[in-house]
Design a binder for this molecule. Structure first.
Ligand code: SAM
Ligand code: SF4
Length: 356
């Protein structure tokens, strides 16, 4: 195993072996991933203030609490002023970047509104705020329009890189097309976004080989950022009926941590998110993810009155925390594990900046 931890280029068999580690060997993997992170990226943590713009969605992914077909959700879209207030708050709290996330919509009124908001945020922050978008699948033209308006990072998880598994967690129709999703990732890369992707971990039907293939997919695509988190079943979704067939929470979190650690060995300079879902499964989940090789955290800036409506999975961590509380809490939590938050910085992916 020691040999694998220092191997230059991990093959699929090596990855499966590392993802299967348990106990002290698993802890050794985390320690090695941490060493690699410190060597390439230091102990710095980047923040993205998260703005959950709207829970209206044209899709109905089988795992997601805000899927269009869930009629128990109260639907909302933030007003322009609410979005701009969130951006001002990010500036006041010295977060160097924001991330705007939303259910997927692609009518022109929506896409033009995003363009306008991106431009306005750039203007009001005097270019100081970096902008990540995570607004689902769009045409190349729309991605380009948002890029030209000033967004420079985009996160579109592939969710599962195995096509067969993809269709077990999505309806098989023209709105949920695996090849379209792949093509979108390619468009984002082509346009020049710092492109991020990722998967959920602990899905029904998912095998350790699937997870190894996911990591190989990230390396093949040479993405700049990865966001991976545990799958958390939501009662109002079709995948709820498999909730008793997935690994228990601790196992799902450990597998997420192993995925982060192995990917840090494979792609030392990319940005990797410690997801809120990690903390939902374990109060120390985000810290554990940072200690396993992640380097980005996304504190929530969504106005309090709308957070309960953006429950993609139940019991989401930090839903009741005000931004200023999050700010001091995160700072302390990161210091306690020997990490330092980098304020007033975009926190770009080193891999991307160096053109790797
Ligand atoms: N609509 C956009 C999209 O799907 O790309 C962005 C917003 S979507 C809510 C963000 C991410 O939430 C998805 O990529 C998915 O991986 C994650 N997600 C949705 N339901 C989840 C669940 N039940 N457990 C864990 N993650 C979930
Ligand atoms: Fe919509 Fe995204 Fe949820 Fe799928 S994961 S239903 S696209 S918000």
């Amino acid at each position: 195993m020691e040999e694998l931890l220092y191997k230059d280029y991990l093959e699929k068999d090596d990855i499966v072996r590392l993802l299967s580690l348990q106990g002290d060997e698993m802890k050794r993997l985390f320690k090695r991933a941490m060493e690699v992170k410190l060597q390439y990226l230091d102990n710095k943590v980047h923040l993205r203030g998260l703005i959950e713009y709207s829970n209206r969605c044209r899709k109905s992914c089988l795992y997601c609490g805000v899927r269009g077909l869930n009629d128990k959700v109260h639907r909302y879209t933030l007003t322009d002023e609410e979005v701009l207030d969130c951006a001002r708050q990010a500036l006041d709290l010295h977060y160097g970047s924001i991330a705007i996330q939303s259910g997927e919509r692609n009518n022109k009124a929506f896409t033009d509104k995003i363009t306008e908001l991106v431009r306005e945020i750039k203007r009001l922050s005097d270019g100081k705020l970096g902008i990540t978008l995570s607004l689902g699948e769009q045409s190349e033209e729309v991605y380009r329009q948002w890029f030209e308006a000033g967004a420079h990072r985009y996160l579109l998880r592939i969710e599962a890189s195995n096509e067969e598994l993809y269709y077990k967690i999505h309806p098989k129709d023209e709105r949920h097309d695996f090849h379209k999703r792949l093509a979108c990732i390619d468009s984002l890369l082509k346009i020049g976004y710092q492109t991020g992707t990722g998967v959920m971990i602990g899905l029904p039907f998912q095998t350790v080989e699937d997870l190894a293939d996911d990591l190989l997919f990230f390396r093949r695509k040479n993405v700049a950022m990865v966001g991976m988190g545990p799958f958390i079943p939501h009662q109002e979704t079709p995948l709820w009926s498999y909730a008793d067939q997935i690994p228990p929470a601790e196992e799902r979190l450990n597998m997420t941590l192993k995925m982060i650690a192995v990917l840090r060995l494979m792609m030392p300079e990319i940005n990797m998110v410690a997801a809120t879902a990690d903390q939902t499964l374990d109060p120390m989940g985000r810290e554990k993810a940072i200690m396993a090789g992640a380097n980005v955290i996304m504190p929530n800036l969504t106005p309090m009155g709308h957070r309960e409506d953006y429950l993609i999975y139940p019991d989401k961590a930090c839903v009741g925390d005000k931004p200023e509380e999050c700010f001091s809490c995160l700072d302390l939590r990161m210091k306690a594990i020997g990490h330092e938050i980098l304020y007033d910085a975009w926190g770009d992916s080193v891999a991307f900046t160096k053109g790797r």
